[in-house]
Design a protein around this ligand. Structure first.
Ligand SMILES: [Zn+2]
Length: 142
């Protein structure tokens, strides 16, 4: 069953799920599809989507998210072992500010090798004062 949405008609990932657009499908079950990214950052870069159209992490129901991440793990292991890569990034962008381009929830598996220079996420240290940390902590703690 496919959730109807205003965006669905124009959504490239819905078209892939509906086989209106060709993709190299690596895994499929009732709710989830995994396929090779056609513009890969590295060899074997893959995308996993729910077949239903959900815009982002906040829209996808927990049950479908849980099922989808099982497939992310399954494909990550397959990619890691079969391509003999050194590691991989699991990347999931939400909203334009975070780099989300296609507004259909999706997870990237990006194969990595030592010194591949594709990108490197550097975690900056010591950028926040204790007061800043206390302020945000007060806002976010439940
Ligand atoms: Zn879609």
């Amino acid at each position: 069953m496919v959730k109807k949405s205003m965006n669905k008609k124009e959504c490239i990932f819905c078209k892939i799920a509906d086989r209106e657009i060709f993709s190299r499908i690596l895994f499929e079950n009732e709710s989830t599809l995994g396929f090779l990214d056609s513009s890969p950052l590295s060899n074997g870069h893959s995308i996993i989507i729910p077949k239903n159209h959900y815009s982002n992490l906040e829209d996808i129901p927990d049950k479908e998210l849980t099922e989808l991440y099982k497939i992310v793990k399954k494909l990550a292991v397959r990619i890691h072992q079969n391509l003999k890569i050194d590691g991989y990034n699991i990347l999931q962008n939400n909203f334009t500010a975070a780099g989300q381009v296609i507004k259909h929830f999706h997870v990237h598996i990006i194969p990595r090798n030592y010194n591949d220079k594709i990108f490197r996420i550097e975690i900056p240290r010591s950028q926040a004062s204790d007061n800043q940390l206390d302020d945000v902590f007060k806002i976010l703690r439940s």
